[in-house]
Design a protein around this ligand. Structure first.
Ligand code: ADP
Ligand code: AMP
Length: 226
């Protein structure tokens, strides 16, 4: 089972991916997390992408496709949740090719629909555990015990440098210009499922779970079968 979580910044992709990892043992492949790790460990590539990420622009297709290829090489069995990848048509073509060469396929692409107003609220309240990366929100998802991570017990939290109004504007523009065409791309391939991601986290999780359990039943009717 391999799925893509597709949606604008703040749609809840990382939140739902982590639930699938915990509940089903799937592997989350988040290009955003990989790039942030590269920055933190001070690699040459990490230094090159820092300004681009802080502005909210997309890094090059070549870099992110390379990161995904490395992960697929290391773990040839599949069961992947692609989170924040692909983000351009070129990345989607590259992913199709990478999976094809390994005899893997995409079972569903879940488009998480949220309006822009909610995205601003989500992004401005987001914080994560500094040790395990668990995702929280000032209003909608506080740790059960204040100041202590539910998952690992960590007591340090951080906020992302690009979770500010200016970078968010750029990230949203990038999404609508370069990523939203993937909705049509995957619809035409008969792989798209749209969900209302404005609902509370457990409700969105239930819908995602239904799709992962029966992807064929959930897929939107592709145009070519009309
Ligand atoms: P993405 O990975 O798509 O950028 P995240 O999973 O990091 O989004 O979620 C963005 C913020 O919104 C986080 O603070 C998260 O706790 C919160 N969040 C995620 N899903 C929901 C939801 N269904 N309802 C309310 N808040 C949510
Ligand atoms: P995310 O954690 O998914 O919100 O991504 C954070 C930032 O990393 C984005 O604003 C981009 O600068 C970069 N990034 C992450 N994934 C990709 C991708 N697939 N293609 C291009 N840039 C990406």
């Amino acid at each position: 089972m391999n799925i893509v979580l597709l949606g604008p910044p703040g749609a809840g992709k990382g939140t739902q991916a982590r639930l699938l990892v915990d509940e089903r043992g799937m592997t989350q492949l988040s290009t955003g997390d990989m790039l942030r790790e590269a920055r933190q460990s001070g690699t040459e590539m990490g230094r090159r992408v820092a300004d681009v990420m802080d502005r909210g622009d997309l890094v090059t297709d070549e870099i992110v496709v390379g990161l995904i290829e490395e992960k697929l090489e290391a773990d040839p069995g599949g069961d992947f949740i692609f989170d924040g990848f692909p983000r351009t048509l070129a990345q989607a073509d590259a992913l199709a090719d990478l999976l094809d060469r390994r005899g893997l396929r995409l079972d569903a692409v879940i488009e998480m629909q949220v309006d822009d107003e909610a995205l601003v609220r989500r992004i401005s309240g987001r914080f994560t555990c500094a040790s395990c990366g668990a995702v929280y929100h000032d209003e909608t998802k506080q740790p059960r015990k204040a100041g202590v991570c539910d998952v690992c017990g960590g007591t340090e939290f951080k906020r992302r440098a690009d979770d500010n109004p200016e970078a968010l504007r750029t990230r949203l523009m990038e999404y609508y210009k370069k990523t939203s065409p993937l909705i049509g791309y995957y619809h035409a391939k008969g792989r798209l499922v749209r969900i209302d991601a404005l609902a509370p986290i457990p409700e969105v999780a239930e819908r995602v779970r239904d799709i992962v359990e029966a992807p064929r039943a959930a897929l939107d009717e592709p145009a070519h079968s009309l």
